[in-house]
Design a protein around this ligand. Structure first.
Ligand code: PBG
Length: 329
């Protein structure tokens, strides 16, 4: 007998064989597109560190969201970017039914109804003058419990505006429980919580800060997680599920595939991942220099996130990837 007699290469020989044994297949419907709506714009405006991503006007948001849904994306995650004049110490524009985020949710609901899943980012960092995700205590630290009350009201405002889900991203202890109770008390039992359960205080959010015109000085290390720690992520997920999270999310995605995989093994709720602004910007910058094959890297990174265990991925490439995937199978 010749050696070797077991040859894995047999299953890689032709495109048809490879297709037959392919384990992980991306579908457009599992991709959520994060979008930015900027108060007062009449024309959409580019974000230099996120090439291809726009700060939208109300009109361009409706149009671009409808196009993304037509391309097959599964949902829209909306961020509001208020005028600087509307930022204050407590982020009150985030709760205002006429604040830019709630206006945008209402516009999306009017445009798309239940044909897609509309999610509001539930955090006050875009709306606070200091750029933190919570209100500040006199010593300058972020006051967890005072912030929770605000999150509860913000959730109700987003649900009133028509959000199918709210996405609490502020990493305050107890936020999912308070939001669930507030939604239920307001008659919004059917609005789901897509919890940013695991959110690392890393350096991958840089371009996002430009996208939302963040005023943050300093960092979020007192409330977001420390990158070296994995067990802390499991603890956060356990707590969020106990408090009523319907979907748990890990963020960022590609540098934290080990965390996604561990959580997938642990829970029975859907697991999502957020391929964040820094992940996007790295690929776009390398591609712009001709150093990588952009489309292949986009699909390979999304496939890897799914292979690790995320059944939903938030990505700024959602609409483009949906189009690339459309005629694949
Ligand atoms: C908080 C929030 C952030 C992102 C999503 N929600 C910023 C942060 O935590 O500092 C980052 C997303 C990205 O980088 O693409 N509202």
């Amino acid at each position: 007998m010749s050696f070797p007699d077991i040859r894995p290469r047999r299953l890689r020989r032709t495109p048809a064989i490879r297709r037959l044994v392919e384990e992980t297949r991306l579908a457009p419907s599992e991709l959520i597109l994060p979008m930015f709506l900027k108060e007062g714009l009449t024309e959409p405006k580019p974000i230099s560190s996120l090439p291809g991503v726009l700060q939208h006007s109300r009109e361009s948001l409706r149009k671009a969201a409808a196009e993304a849904v037509a391309a097959g994306v599964g949902g829209i995650m909306l961020f509001g970017v208020p005028d600087n004049a509307n930022k204050d110490e407590t982020g009150s524009a985030g709760l205002d039914p006429d604040g830019i985020l709630n206006v945008g949710i209402r516009d999306l609901k009017a445009e798309l109804g239940d044909s897609t899943v509309i999610v509001g980012d539930l955090c006050i960092d875009e709306f606070t003058s200091h750029g933190h995700c919570g209100v500040l205590a006199p010593d300058g630290s972020v006051d967890n419990d005072a912030t929770l009350k605000i999150y509860g009201e913000m959730a109700v405002a987003q649900a009133d505006a028509g959000a199918h889900m709210v996405g609490p991203s502020g990493m305050m202890d107890g936020q999912v429980g308070v939001i669930r109770k507030a939604l239920d008390a307001a008659g919004h039992q059917d609005v789901a919580v897509l919890a940013y359960s695991v959110k690392y205080a890393g350096a991958f959010y840089g371009p996002f800060r430009e996208a939302v015109e963040s005023t943050l000085q300093g960092d979020r290390r007192q409330y977001q997680q420390d990158p070296p720690n994995a067990r802390d992520a499991l603890r956060e997920v356990d707590l969020d599920i106990a408090e009523g999270a319907d979907i748990v999310m890990v963020k960022p995605a590609l540098p934290y595939l080990d965390i996604i995989a561990a959580i997938r093994d642990r829970v029975t709720v859907p697991v999502a991942a957020y391929q964040v602004s820094g992940e996007y910007a790295m690929v776009e910058a390398a591609a712009a220099n001709g150093w990588i094959d952009r489309e292949r890297v986009i699909l390979e990174s999304l496939t890897s996130i799914k292979r690790a265990g995320a059944q939903i991925t938030l990505t700024y490439w959602a609409a483009e990837a949906a189009t690339l995937l459309r005629d694949r199978y």
